[in-house]
Design a protein around this ligand. Structure first.
Ligand SMILES: NC(=O)c1ccc[n+]([C@@H]2O[C@H](COP(=O)([O-])OP(=O)(O)OC[C@H]3O[C@@H](n4cnc5c(N)ncnc54)[C@H](OP(=O)(O)O)[C@@H]3O)[C@@H](O)[C@H]2O)c1
Length: 376
């Protein structure tokens, strides 16, 4: 099942032989250490969960012994990896594709090649690589995995962007390119909720660069004016809070912007209903997340009189359909946009030692926060 969905698990974390692992939140975990006379990785530190549950209670910092670097393997010293909502859902055990615990957290990231196996030709120590397609277990300081799992990238990209380029920017690009044919010549428009998310920020910039108008819905939260200004600086045409859209006819707020043909929903509940209200006759809403954990409700009249289409998007499924090469090309395009200053998003780079605080922020315990990226 995991292989089918393009998921490659690194060998590092659980080739253990008896050694004591130190618990991040005051707990310990016993593992097994690897023994071999062959080339080995350095010992690693990893954020591990032994059972599914709330991430702030089940995750621990553990010390992982060295493992063998086989002839086709590459040992990568991780530089940075984000905490994405799907990482949290995997630890909670509610994400459809997930490693069985005990497992190391994380799914994307960037690292520097530390050493290579004897038959590796495409990578050398010092190269920067990302797991592509993404791979479970990126929250650890060293990862050993097959050469073909790693995609070499330019070193000039800031590490926090390289670490985060796959899951969210690629989703934004794919949803804009593959869901509905958007016509920049006639100025098609899209509408999205969750516009402050990393996906949302990327949607705004990619849409803007293609002459696609974009209407953005954010939740009511502290600092709304600053958020609106930031999103407008990225290229947002309109930004409204959910409460500002409690009007009889949301389309009266469109001004000169055409009625959107495509909507993106990563929130659900009322925020999804607002996306539907903006859509034009025959429009499509693509659901790709459910941050509010509320269901999507659609009125009967939306189907009958507006002929609205509903569909979903899941990056992990798309990557599983033999898209490895295509996705690497798209990632390179996205990284070029970053280097040209045409793609940016807000992030906090958190030292590995402060993982627990970064996790609390990612869990929303400290209010709205930028994406948390762990720096190893
Ligand atoms: N289907 C796929 O293939 C795919 C791929 C990538 C991402 N996703 C999904 O896309 C969504 C965004 O991911 P991301 O990494 O871009 O997000 P992110 O940068 O981590 O930001 C989280 C977003 O969720 C909002 N949010 C948090 N709690 C919320 C709540 N209770 N109600 C409403 N909004 C809430 C935040 O709003 P504030 O800024 O106001 O706090 C922010 O916009 C997630 O659901 C993720 O799982 C799906």
């Amino acid at each position: 099942m995991l292989r089918h969905l393009g998921v490659h698990a690194p060998r590092l974390a659980f080739n253990f032989k008896s050694s004591l692992i130190h618990g991040g939140r005051g707990k310990t975990l016993t593992t097994r250490a690897f023994s071999s006379s062959a080339a080995v990785s350095p010992p690693s530190k990893a954020i591990v969960y032994e059972a599914h549950g709330e991430p702030d209670t089940v995750t621990k910092l553990v010390e992982v012994p060295a493992v063998e670097v086989k002839e086709k393997d590459v040992c990568v010293k991780m530089l940075a990896a984000p905490i994405n909502p799907s990482d949290i859902n995997r630890i909670q055990g509610v994400y459809p594709v997930r490693p069985e615990p005990p497992a190391v957290g994380g799914y994307e990231g960037v690292g520097e090649v530390h050493s290579v196996g004897s038959s590796v030709t495409s990578l050398s120590p010092g190269d920067w690589v990302i797991p592509s397609p993404p791979s479970f277990g990126t929250w650890q300081t060293y990862i050993v995995n097959d050469e073909k799992v790693w995609h070499k990238i330019e070193k000039g990209v800031p590490m926090e962007y390289a670490a985060t380029i796959t899951v969210n920017p690629l989703t934004a690009l794919l949803m804009l390119e593959h869901c509905v044919t958007l016509n920049s010549g006639t100025g098609d428009a899209i509408v999205q909720n969750g516009a402050t998310s990393m996906v949302g920020q990327c949607v705004i910039q990619i849409a803007k660069s293609r002459g696609i108008h974009n209407i953005n819905i954010i939740r009511d939260r502290p600092g709304v004016d600053e958020v609106k200004e930031r999103l407008k600086n990225l290229g947002a045409d309109e930004v409204s809070t959910e409460s500002e859209l409690e009007v009889k006819n949301v389309k009266s707020l469109l001004g000169g912007i055409p009625e959107p043909v495509l909507g993106f929903n990563c929130v659900g509940g009322n925020a999804a209903s607002l996306v539907l209200k903006f859509l034009r006759q025959g429009g499509t809403m693509v659901t790709y997340g459910g941050m509010s954990k509320k269901p999507v409700s659609v009125s009967t009249s939306s189907f009958i009189f507006k002929d609205i289409s509903l569909r979903g998007f899941w990056l992990q499924k798309w990557l599983s359909t033999d898209k490895a090469e295509e996705s690497r090309g798209m990632i390179d395009r996205l990284l070029s946009l970053v280097q040209e200053g045409k793609l940016k998003y807000k992030m906090d780079l958190a030292p590995f030692e402060d993982f627990n605080t970064a996790l609390d922020k990612a869990l929303g315990k400290l209010g709205s926060q930028p994406k948390q990226v762990i720096k190893f």
